[in-house]
Design a protein around this ligand. Structure first.
Ligand code: ZN
Ligand code: FE
Length: 255
């Protein structure tokens, strides 16, 4: 039986996510921005939290861990990277590890750049990837701890996933990302179509995630840093993709 995934708002613009195995009844929260909305979502479904899968150490992703662990005595899985401390971690996982949630299993991809410890959880058989602050719809995370080459490599790892993979991002940032991308990728018809869709969704107070890898490959300017048209549009024709990516990220920081 397929996994059930629920998404809901946390804090000001974070997403909370639950993934539930209907066979074993195991339920994981991907990150824990704050306990309140996660407990409510669990109660709404009649699910019990068995696991928390953490992507990186930022407060808006771990703030609810202590309270949830106290309430459910759930297992807490955190990134292996020792630059980050995790007070409540039961397990630390690295690239290539498999994390089981009941009968479901996630592959760990190390996706550093936003932070050095950042990992993503890929549930291959569910065609679902939880990428937190590495990849956003039409955007990517700010590069706080890593380097541009590191972040670009991480994005390439995600871009290599099958096109049908659903992408669950850490934040609802799509509208501002679309605005930035349209300023550069002006002739991208798929991006324009996505812009219209995003405007409608946000006007109806609906989330713009999940997106898919296939859709992001066509519309996400950061994933398109190796397209000649994107390099030309910023005056970087012929330059390596990683430099184009770095320039795009710099411009987004200032936008
Ligand atoms: Zn973050
Ligand atoms: Fe975040």
């Amino acid at each position: 039986m397929a996994a059930e995934i629920r998404l809901f708002n946390c804090l000001s613009d974070n997403f909370g996510y639950l993934i539930h195995d209907p066979v074993s009844k195991a339920t994981a929260s991907i990150d824990a921005p704050e306990a309140g909305p996660i407990v409510k979502a669990l109660q709404r479904e009649g699910w019990t939290l068995t696991d928390i899968l953490l992507t990186h150490h930022h407060a808006d992703h771990v703030g609810g861990v202590a309270e949830l662990k106290a309430k459910y005595n759930c297992r807490v899985v955190a990134p292996h990277d020792q630059t980050a401390n995790y007070a409540n971690a039961d397990e630390r996982v690295k690239q290539g590890d498999t994390v089981r949630v009941g009968n479901l299993s996630a592959r760990v991809l190390e996706t550093p750049g936003h932070t050095l410890d950042h990992i993503s959880y890929i549930f291959d058989s569910e065609k679902a990837a939880f990428v937190a602050d590495t990849l956003f719809s039409i955007g990517c995370g700010r590069v706080f701890e890593g380097t541009y080459p590191m972040m670009w490599e991480s994005l390439l790892k995600l871009r290599a996933l099958p096109d049908t993979t659903r992408i669950y991002c850490g934040h609802e940032y799509t509208q501002s990302n679309v605005k930035f991308a349209l300023g550069i990728d002006k002739d991208n018809a798929a991006l324009k179509a996505r812009a219209d869709q995003v405007t409608k969704l946000r006007a109806a107070n609906q989330p713009t995630v999940p997106t898919t890898i296939g859709e992001e490959k066509e519309t996400n300017i950061f994933l398109r840093a190796d397209q000649p048209s994107v390099a030309s549009a910023i005056g970087f024709a012929g330059k390596p993709a990683v430099e184009v990516f770095g320039e795009l990220r710099e411009r987004k920081n200032k936008s």
